[in-house]
Design a binder for this molecule. Structure first.
Ligand code: AMP
Length: 570
């Protein structure tokens, strides 16, 4: 779609990316990605970071924090670059290292930024070659970064900025000492940025040790929206990215809204989802800031007249929208800030009408939901994605309701002749059943049999079971078995025959597991390190993979016995 992109009005509190002083190459990259305006954390963090200030920001996944630090670092990248890196981003896991590197690539491709993720588990040779050729930004897990520093392959002498991303996770994983050691190698005159989803005292201590006169940004300002949220039934479904379109369809089928608006983060997502939903038989229309006024008016006309029943929109395009028919707001992604959530759900439940707000959240975005609940002071119920059986029941209910309405209101006489004729040959009940079937299939096309179950995903709070993760052993063992401890359901405890005496630390186990398997650090549950053995809690579904991976590798240079824990009854 084309023409007259709508720029947010800088006189309101919705500045555009250009108002933040970003250079044209970055603005072009953001436009190509379909980002319409900065998220709140970007609005607040980018200007001070461009000024070279240190920053301490509280922001969880989903707020847009990656771009908040990546854009200013890219903007300040000098043209005369040598081989040694200018910026170092430390992250807790290899998945995040890859994700953050990809974000840098996307934003910095017109600037020719060379970005390298380095993490344990990847062959070191490839990293050595890339470091040797020269990189501008290194995104690393602390353990592997320290490895390279010790080898002399990662030189921090030119580093102008260091970012500690998801700092609370890094502390939980026992990386505090590694981070201190790394920062000792970086020049004192540097910019330091720390992002953390939570701000426990230990993060404050870390900030005091490594940041100088930082700007502080807290993304959930309780005062800003408290009490403003309309009374709307609010629920959320946890679903993996891959199943989101199916989950959206399922939820819409069960809810059967009069008209719904589905919010996406970017123009790209709006266009993609509109196409997908149309392909699945919904009458969906896209609405985003890249469309001309005329195009938007046409879309709104179709929604008001009932020709369309699903509007897929960005925040910018939907601002100020008032459509009487709207009964449901769906957040296809968790909004980037509580304020945005409140604005979105304000599209329904107006003037005493009843409204429903539904959020599809990936498991890792669970924390943002909690923040929104806290700020709005309202509960968001986490519901199970409706099953195929739920859908079937709901469809039958809808057909029953439609028939009841027809029985009460319609003039049915013209059809009497059919029933009378057929009743000579068939039982009346059978005639009725056939009529119901035809009506059911005509109003609700699509066979239930073609529907597949959408996997339910569980969330385990990242804080759960972490009490032993910072290196403090949960069991000060002298060889005896630890007392039984309640364990999260759906998990298996893996026994590893090496413990504190072999110098094993939590990060060694996390590194070995994430390095040898496809599982992510955040999926690993509690870790207990006793004198002679360790116990690691992992989801049942990956237990075999973890055991096989650990058996095939070494920990602290040693082979270890690895098996399911004997106490493990599940
Ligand atoms: P993060 O919180 O950094 O993990 O980002 C969450 C998601 O939001 C990522 O998929 C980003 O690509 C996306 N994103 C970040 N900033 C914006 C923006 N200003 N507009 C639309 N999407 C964004």
């Amino acid at each position: 779609m084309s023409s007259t992109p709508v720029s947010p009005d800088p006189s309101t509190d919705h500045p555009a990316f250009a108002d933040l002083g970003l250079r044209p190459e970055l603005l072009a990259a953001l436009a190509a990605l379909g980002y319409e305006e900065p998220t709140p954390i970007q609005r607040e963090a980018i200007p001070p970071l461009l000024d070279g200030r240190d920053l301490l920001g509280q922001a969880a996944t989903g707020t847009g924090k990656t771009a908040a630090f990546a854009l200013p670092l890219l903007q300040r990248m000098p043209d005369d670059r040598t081989g040694d890196p200018l910026a170092l981003v430390l992250v807790p896991t290899r998945e995040l290292a890859v994700q953050v590197s990809e974000a840098f690539h996307r934003y910095g491709k017109d600037l020719g930024a060379r970005v390298l993720p380095i993490y344990g588990g990847q062959p070191i040779g490839r990293q050595l070659r890339a470091l040797d050729i020269g990189v501008d930004v290194v995104v690393a897990t602390p353990g592997r970064a320290l490895d390279h520093i010790a080898r002399g392959t990662l030189r921090l002498g030119n580093i102008a900025a260091v970012v500690l991303d998801e700092a609370d996770e890094m502390l939980d994983m026992g990386f505090a000492e590694d981070i201190d050691a790394i920062l000792e190698h970086a020049p004192e005159q540097r910019q330091t940025v720390l992002f953390s989803a939570t701000m426990p005292g230990r993060i404050d201590g870390m900030a005091r040790a490594h940041l100088s006169d930082p700007v502080r940004i807290l993304i959930a300002r309780e005062q800003a929206v408290a009490g403003e949220a309309p009374r709307v039934r609010q629920s959320a479904y946890l679903v993996s990215r891959a199943h989101k379109p199916a989950a959206l369809g399922r939820v819409l089928d069960v809810e059967s809204p009069t008209a719904a608006i589905v919010f996406c983060r970017s123009r790209e997502e709006v266009d993609r989802l509109t196409e997908t939903m149309n392909g699945r038989g919904y009458r969906a229309e896209a609405l985003h800031g890249g469309m001309s006024q005329e195009q938007r008016d046409r879309v709104m006309g179709r929604l008001r007249s009932g020709t369309a029943d699903l509007l897929v929109a960005t925040d910018v395009a939907a601002r100020g929208l008032d459509v009487e028919q709207l009964s449901h707001v769906v957040n296809y992604d968790v909004p980037s800030a509580p304020e945005s959530y409140v604005h979105r759900i304000g599209r329904v439940g107006r003037a005493g009408r009843e409204g429903v707000a539904i959020t599809l959240a990936e498991p890792r975005e669970h924390r943002m939901l909690k923040t929104i609940e806290r700020v709005t002071g309202q509960r968001i119920m986490i519901d199970k994605i409706p099953t195929v059986a739920d859908l079937r029941t709901r469809r039958l209910e809808l057909t029953q309701a439609a028939l009841r309405e027809s029985l009460l209101e319609d003039d049915l006489d013209p059809f009497r002749v059919i029933v009378e004729t057929l009743s000579d040959e068939f039982d009346l009940m059978e005639v009725a059943l056939a009529a119901v079937k035809l009506s059911h299939e005509a109003t609700l096309p699509g066979s239930d049999d073609a529907e597949e179950e959408i996997p339910q995903v569980a969330v385990r709070s990242p804080r759960e079971g972490r009490e032993t993760r910072d290196g403090r052993p949960g069991y000060e063992g002298r060889g005896e078995r630890r007392p039984a401890r309640p364990r999260a359901s759906g998990t298996t405890q893996v026994f590893i025959g090496l413990g504190r005496r072999a110098g094993v630390r939590p990060q060694d186990l996390v590194g070995a597991i994430t390095g040898e398997t496809g599982i992510r650090g955040r999926d690993i549950g509690s870790i207990e390190i006793a004198d002679r053995f360790s116990l690691v809690e992992v989801p049942n579904s990956v237990a075999d993979e973890v055991i096989a991976g650990l058996r095939g590798s070494t920990i602290k240079g040693r082979k270890a016995t690895v098996r399911r824990d004997r106490d493990d009854s599940r």
